[in-house]
Design a protein around this ligand. Sequence first.
Ligand code: EPZ
Length: 430
Amino acid sequence: MEKLVINGGKPLFGDIEVSGMKNAALPVILASILIDDKCIIENVPNVSDVALAFEIIQSMGGSVRKINKTTVEIDTRNVTQGIAPYELVRKMRGSYYIVGAELGRFGRGKVGLPGGCDLGVRPIDQHIKGFEALGAEVSIEGGYIEAIANDGLKGSNIYFDAVTVGGTINVMIAAARAKGVTVIENAAREPHIVDLANFLNTCGAKISGAGTDTIKITGVEKLRGCTYAIIPDMIEAGTFMIAAAVTGGKLNIRNVIPKHLESISAKMEEMGIAVEEYDDYVTVYRKKEKLSRINLKTLPYPGFPTDMGPQMCVLMCQAHGVSLLNEGIFSNRFRYVDELRRMGACIKVDDRTAIIEGGQPLSAANLRAVDLRAGAAVVLAGLIATGRTEIEDIHHIERGYDNLVEKLRGVGANIKKVVLPDPATYEKAL
Ligand code: EPZ
């Protein structure tokens, strides 16, 4: 069993490097099934979800060759449709991009229904709506989603009832090789959607409008392999920005695209945190001791990202006064609040709004990472609290943060990963 042990209360100073974006790498890696060729992908984060995506590609007959720490060559020429193993795909949400990629390449796609963070209801009705608009028949049976387009995919107009990152990505992938033109209205606008569109266009696709709410995809017969670098992870960058602020230190957060961080920077500035923007890094530090309270609502991009809600909540615990955090995307994204309460945080949750009474000192405690970004939040809280904080279930954190412990140690955090014998084997050994 593994846990993190943090002795908090130390300000962090120095340079910290951001890795490639997990939520951009996953669609690019799985969309490579569509390409039916070799691709070189650079700036790939070393996180367990990405390792899982490679395992899935290999289990389907593809090959993945590590060229260096962050560059891989993926060859999907020998990929077979419909055999992605259930026990792998059910571990992560992004697995459902396999359906879009198989549909686009083979005219049929089948994969186990996705897993991922428990954030409340996470339907896929808009993915299904999109596939059906392209001419596929979609069924969900026995824990699998299957989409079959006997006459091949045909371009169509699709209006999403909900702004969905996954739905926009999945339909864009399938439509890239459909016959004719597809227009997606009310599309999600996240930077990782633009990244995927850029990857597919580099492979010969014809996609325009990514990053706006209307994306036009003109299907092409064939795509060819390419070399492509994944964008930096804006959520990892935002997490480090909060780390600088909550510990009262000063960090240069390198390898970022400041534009992607705009909503995060704006809300932090509003609280009294300085965010100095340079070409490919930001410098973050407190401008004043007493941070101002704020109201915050998480929204689709370019609004404040839901994946930064838990981390921002920790900063809001330090503000002077009562702050409100409204979760605008998911129905149950406050499971981390119980963990913060164990440290003395004074937070009430009313439906989708957390009411955060700032100024309560956080005390070290034994905590759990209940999901990926909740895990990031309890690490930040542990960095603040003087004394020894222990965090279990850290596999959630390792799904989306590349080398987090080493990166934080590099800027002065007293944090380490401890591997304990599994109690069962321990018993046996006694
Ligand atoms: C992606 O999830 C990310 N995951 C999430 O990041 C992120 O929080 C989310 O986008 C929003 O930005 C990956 O990229 C792997 P959605 P996804 O489809 O695609 C509703 C992390 O921490 N909806 O945009 O599942 C849905 O219920 C993870 O890295 C429908 O109603 O998000 C939700 O309320 C957590 N019907 C809202 O849209 C659908 O068919 C947003 O979901 C699909 C979604």
